[in-house]
Design a protein. Structure first.
Length: 185
């Protein structure tokens, strides 16, 4: 269910784009993202910083796309988002000596500091690569090709996150509740 909620605005954008074009699709993306965030807020009683930034960028770049009737704004939004994520994670890690991933997820994933460091570096590299890839597609491919790339490009984050899951799994210790009764395994 959560996966459907995460990808619903993108799926709606693509369907509406195919039927009505980029400008109607942009308006639908903006509305669908607002609904998505409202549902997330109703479920979790909060929005993460990433949710707030994503919503703000979609609304700002979507509004610029519609008001200026220029599709380049919505096409460049992912590049701006990924670049901002890389800059924040990198600056926090190397300038401020803070690991935002550990701060946000450390209570859920008890990992050693070097593992958190490597995960954060991986996220910085991934975000920069995705920013460059979207920038290339937005600049040099047609809008139809860019829209298809956005739809099928969901595989990149899925593969990246699954890969991180495999990497993290070897560092997670068995919790006491996972051991058989009467002692250790």
């Amino acid at each position: 269910m959560k996966l459907l909620l995460d990808f619903a605005p993108l799926l709606l954008f693509f369907v509406v784009y195919k039927l009505y074009g980029i400008y109607v699709a942009t308006a639908v993306l903006m509305a669908a993202t607002c609904v998505q965030m409202a549902i997330m807020y109703a479920i979790d009683k909060k929005l993460t910083a990433m949710h707030k930034v994503t919503l703000a960028l979609i609304l700002i770049f979507g509004a610029l796309t519609l008001v200026l009737h220029d599709e380049r704004f919505i096409k460049w939004k992912p590049t701006v988002l990924y670049t901002a994520m890389a800059l924040v994670l990198g600056a926090a890690l190397w300038l401020w000596r803070k690991n935002f991933l550990r701060i946000m997820l450390g209570s859920q994933l008890p990992l050693p500091d070097p593992v958190w460091h490597r995960l954060t570096v991986a996220w910085v590299v991934y975000c920069l690569a995705m920013a460059a890839l979207n920038g290339y597609v937005a600049a040099f491919w047609s809008t139809d090709a860019w829209a298809a790339f956005k739809l099928w490009g969901f595989a990149f984050p899925v593969v990246f996150i699954i890969g991180q899951g495999f990497y993290v799994a070897r560092y997670l210790q068995d919790s006491p509740s996972s051991q058989p009764p009467g002692g250790s395994a």
